[in-house]
Design a protein around this ligand. Structure first.
Ligand code: 1GP
Length: 245
């Protein structure tokens, strides 16, 4: 079964899924060796790997280590064309549909396409939307784009609908890594009501309350990154909250 089919099937069955984002810039092999067994035991559904700005040359190494040390599907969540590796299982082929910067709508994709085609990666077309989250996140700055205002669910919803009509198979609502405030529940619920594809939500989810809020608003896949890197022991309780929702 493809990973996209798995994500869709679980979403249709109203089973919430948990993705842990691993930023290769922030992680050592020792940290990974702590995170991997906790994640396997907790039943983490996916590892996402990627970052808006990667300054260290260890993307391949980190991806290879994850792939050879666990069975959790590894999905690339790329910040740029450089983040393509055959060590992963799939790639979220992100188009930044909330922005108006052609480089992140189609430019990077043109450069990446031949490399992705030469890999064994499953390609998952994903409409990526940055939502205003209380400050400049790295994702926002690096994309030179404007986020969707957090008090305008109607703009977010119309954007997600347009993305789906243009063929995006998943919508990713992101406050950006380290967001001060998570994506508001009004935006999640309004988007979820109007699109039929799975909705991923991440950025600034730090507490059980944040996670429950996102789940109850309609998120199908919950992503946490920063908070897990700081305290991997949170993986177990977050997984339990998400899976028992
Ligand atoms: C960002 O959704 C991810 O794209 C995760 O964000 O690091 O803030 O959890 P955090």
């Amino acid at each position: 079964m493809s990973l996209f089919s798995l994500i869709s099937e679980q979403s249709e069955n109203k089973k919430k899924q948990f993705a842990v984002l691993l930023d290769p810039d922030d992680l050592t092999i020792n940290q990974l060796d702590e995170i991997i067994p906790i994640s396997e035991k907790a039943g983490v559904d996916y590892f996402f790997i990627g970052g808006s700005l990667i300054t260290k040359n260890n993307f391949e190494k980190i991806a290879g280590h994850i792939k050879t040390h666990c069975n959790i599907p590894l999905i690339i969540f790329p910040g740029s064309v450089f983040q393509v590796t055959s060590h992963a299982d799939a790639i979220l082929f992100l188009s930044l549909i909330s922005g108006r910067n052609p480089e992140y709508l189609i430019g990077q994709h043109v450069q990446a396409a031949p490399h992705v085609a030469n890999s064994n990666l499953e390609v998952i077309p994903t409409g990526y939307m940055l939502i205003e989250s209380g400050g400049y996140t790295t994702a926002l700055y690096m994309s030179s784009s404007m986020p969707i205002p957090s008090d305008k669910p109607e703009i977010a919803t119309a954007t997600a609908m347009a993305g789906e009509m243009m063929g995006q198979k998943i919508i990713y609502l992101d406050g950006g890594s380290g967001a001060k405030y998570p994506v508001p529940r009004e935006i999640i619920s309004s988007v979820k009501e109007k699109v039929s594809c799975p909705v991923i939500v991440g950025g600034g989810l730090r507490t059980e309350k944040d996670i429950k809020n996102a789940c109850s608003a309609g998120a199908d896949v919950i992503v946490t990154g920063n908070v897990i890197e700081k305290d991997p022991s949170l993986i177990s309780s977050f997984a339990e909250t998400i899976h028992s929702f």
